[in-house]
Design a protein around this ligand. Structure first.
Ligand code: NAP
Length: 508
């Protein structure tokens, strides 16, 4: 087993993930109205395996006409099709079939996700595929219970509410958990009776395209789910399109601002799940072994490309040196390498631009912000893949860019604190509010601090646990809206009130 920070054994060629899993997806095609079709645009993008730097396939760069065609298919499926009008329990049966098909094709989908993102195959199987199945089953079950209420009124009438789908939902997703972050939108949106156009990240479109086929095979009607591939421009065409009724967006805060502003032009509701810079607080009374283990996982999971990564470690001064030494040792010995090896814990970053960004942040922190490098700080050699060593930065000021800005790689800053009040102030002291965590054996402190942390999710004595039943989302510049849990259904439905006059009894 590889226990050091270098790329596991093989030269890039032999470590290459078999490309055949993407061969069955027609290169450069889009999925619309229940079938593959050619893009009207001539431009294509290459899709690269980040573990090897080798091209896997190409994807279309859908233009305005492509987007309009996909939206028209979704519009027609919504306005005249069966999907929005069938009882929720019927949609549920179809979504349960989707879950079953994903189970059947779990290995294939996991390999596609690993090829596309570089994440370890074990992780793709255990997290991405499992969560995807859970999401379809959970929202299939909830589709039975999307209903309204009756209200008491002063005048003689029957007043009741209906929860109805919004219409055509555009789902725009990032590269880090392509399948899961797509399905956190697709499962509740379809369960509620909406139709959809989905644009995955240009770097990682493969599982979205394959999922479109599986949804079709399960019986989702033609036009109810469509996929367009392409970059930010393709996304903007979708956001601006007047026939799109709702935008479900996950991505960076910078793009989220732009998306929300564009959506406002046509007064579309938006959910924006954005970036994070989450603080992980270790109090002196914490169990050191579990706090150190959780703190390493918090920043290296998915190569740090996790919106809720715990990238700011705050440690109470009496245990600062021991905890930081433990985390640094843990980060320095974590197995980084070939995503196909069962021993690998961390794969590469998702692409060259991500590697460049992480290097820039770390170099700037050391050169310009006076940070001390305790571990990592370098690209891992001997490979064409985008591997970067888990990195720990000490001696960082709260106002330094390394503390304030999302790096989106396996990079941790460490800061000491003295009091509970100071820990809360440091933890809340960025523009973000996605997640936070604390480690303590004092139960009162756990609840007291959890209440005061400005974050959508707070973990106590753990990090990164999520469940499809539990809502997830941000506050401050980490966005608004919630995904997962019953709360997500509210994001894909609107309430209609029906008021029926009740005539007085003619005989009376
Ligand atoms: P990104 O650059 O913002 O891209 C996200 C998606 O938006 C991609 O599909 C992208 O297309 C598209 N896009 C780019 N510009 C657009 C525009 N002007 N209009 C419409 N769509 C546009 O984010 P990323 O780098 O892929 O992902 C990393 C970010 O996502 C991090 O900040 C991370 O924290 C955040 N994230 C948040 C959550 C959460 O739940 N809060 C979860 C995961 C990730 P292209 O990729 O093709 O350019």
């Amino acid at each position: 087993m590889n226990t050091t920070n270098h790329v596991d054994g093989h030269p890039p060629e032999s470590a290459a993930i078999p490309a055949q899993n993407s061969d069955r997806l027609p290169p450069g095609q889009l999925f619309m109205d229940g079938a593959w079709c050619d893009s009207r645009a001539s431009q294509r993008r290459t899709v690269v395996n980040p573990a090897t730097g080798l091209v896997i396939t190409t994807a279309a760069e859908a233009d305005a006409e492509d987007v309009s065609a996909a939206v028209a298919a979704a519009r027609q499926a919504f306005d005249t099709g069966a999907w929005p009008r069938m009882p929720g329990r019927e949609r549920a049966r179809t979504l349960f079939r989707v879950a079953e098909l994903i189970r059947t094709h779990a290995d294939e989908l996991a390999m596609l996700e690993t090829t596309d993102t570089g994440k370890p195959l074990q992780l793709s199987k255990m997290v991405d595929i499992t969560t995807t199945i859970d999401l379809f089953e959970y929202y299939a079950a909830l589709a039975w219970s999307i209903d309204g209420a009756t209200r008491q009124t002063a005048a003689p009438m029957l007043a009741y509410t209906r929860r109805e789908p919004l219409g055509v939902v555009a789902a725009i997703t990032p590269f880090n958990f392509p399948l899961v972050l797509s399905v956190t939108k697709i499962a509740p949106a379809l369960a509620a009776g909406n139709t959809m156009v989905h644009k995955p990240a240009d770097e990682t479109p493969l599982t979205a395209l394959r999922l479109a086929e599986l949804l079709h095979e399960a019986g989702v009607p033609d036009g109810a789910f469509n996929v367009v591939t392409g970059g930010g421009k393709t996304g903007e065409h979708l956001v601006r399109h007047p026939q799109v009724d709702k935008i479900a967006f996950t991505g960076s805060t910078t793009t989220g601002r732009r998306v929300a502003a564009l959506a406002a032009e046509t007064v579309k509701p938006v959910t924006v799940e954005l970036g994070g810079k989450s603080a992980n607080i270790v109090f002196a009374d914490a169990d050191p072994v579990s706090a150190i283990a959780a703190s390493v996982t918090a920043f290296v999971f998915n190569t740090g490309q996790f919106c809720a990564a715990g990238t700011r470690l705050l440690v109470q001064r009496p245990v600062f040196d021991d905890v930081v030494a433990g985390v640094t040792a843990g980060a320095s010995t974590i197995p980084v390498g070939d995503p196909l090896s069962p021993h690998t814990v961390i794969g590469p970053l998702a692409g060259q631009r991500h590697l460049d960004k992480v290097r820039h942040h770390v170099d700037r922190a050391v050169r310009e912000q006076g940070a001390t490098l305790l571990a990592g700080g370098e690209r891992l050699a001997d490979t064409d893949g985008y591997f970067y060593a888990p990195t720990v930065l000490a001696d960082v000021d709260q106002h330094a860019a390394a503390v304030q800005e999302e790096i989106f790689g396996p990079v941790l800053t460490v800061q000491p604190f003295d009091t509970e009040e100071e820990a809360i102030m440091l933890a809340n002291g960025t523009a973000y509010g996605l997640a936070a965590g604390l480690h303590t054996t004092d139960v009162s402190r756990a609840h007291r601090v959890a209440e005061r942390l400005r974050a959508g999710t707070v973990w106590v004595n753990t990090w990164g646990m999520l469940d499809v039943t539990v809502p997830f989302g941000g506050c401050k510049q980490s966005g608004y809206g919630r995904e997962q849990g019953p709360e997500a259904l509210a994001e894909y439905t609107q309430t209609k009130s029906v008021l029926v006059a009740v005539a007085p009894d003619a005989a009376g």
